[in-house]
Design a protein around this ligand. Structure first.
Ligand SMILES: C[S@@+](CC[C@H](N)C(=O)[O-])C[C@H]1O[C@@H](n2cnc3c(N)ncnc32)[C@H](O)[C@@H]1O
Length: 185
């Protein structure tokens, strides 16, 4: 992971699932303030679903979790995990270049998670415009990047692109450490 749009290899998806990760990045603590029952949410750059499965538990049976990724292998493993956890009726994997179409989800999503993915996307400007399009009015986006791999300057530039796409920047910092921001529509 770095500032050069290098895509996280699919096998790294397994490392992202290790239980120890919960000590520093507990999905329920991080997402609790933003995700609730019945919501339509999105985990953009979901990989194998470290955050997606907890999100599905939080939205419950009446909610929907769209999981977007560019790598089929990540989404295949995510689907298997969702089936095993009996959450496959809530989780919908969407593959970039195939089933993912931001136009179809225009103004439909209450909350979008962009966790450790934006620096991997070559066209950040287009990404934030698509994310803005899909977010409902009053909805929000938790945007976080790994400080070990992304410079403050790169993060700030991403924030500028998000604002140019139309997002406002909340004064609330969603995570106490590292690079994170809450974008609001
Ligand atoms: C470092 S991983 C983070 C995964 C997950 N958000 C987490 O925190 O566990 C980044 C993920 O973003 C995906 N990705 C990279 N470029 C993407 C793009 N343009 N659109 C959607 N997903 C992308 C990668 O395939 C990878 O699964």
């Amino acid at each position: 992971m770095n500032n050069n749009n290098q895509i996280c290899p699919w096998w790294m998806g397994y490392a992202l699932l290790i239980p120890l990760r919960k000590l520093g990045q507990n999905p329920h603590k991080i997402l609790g303030p933003y995700v609730s029952k019945g919501m339509t949410v999105m985990d953009y750059g979901s990989a194998m679903g470290y955050f997606s499965l907890p999100m599905a538990k939080m939205t419950g049976d009446s909610g929907k979790v769209y999981c977007v990724d560019i790598q089929k292998k990540m989404l295949e493993k995510l689907s298997k995990r969702a089936r095993n956890a009996r959450l496959d009726h809530v989780i919908e994997p969407l593959l970039l270049g195939e089933s993912y179409n931001p136009e179809m989800l225009k103004n439909q999503v209450d909350f979008i998670l962009l966790f450790a993915v934006v620096h991997e996307v070559p066209d950040r400007d287009q990404l934030f415009r698509d994310i803005y399009k899909m977010t409902k009015s009053g909805g929000s986006v938790l945007f976080a990047e790994p400080a070990a791999h992304v410079s403050v300057q790169h993060f700030k530039h991403s924030l500028k692109l998000a604002q140019e796409a139309g997002f406002g920047l909340s004064e609330n910092k969603p995570m106490p450490k590292g690079l994170s921001a809450l974008l609001v529509k």
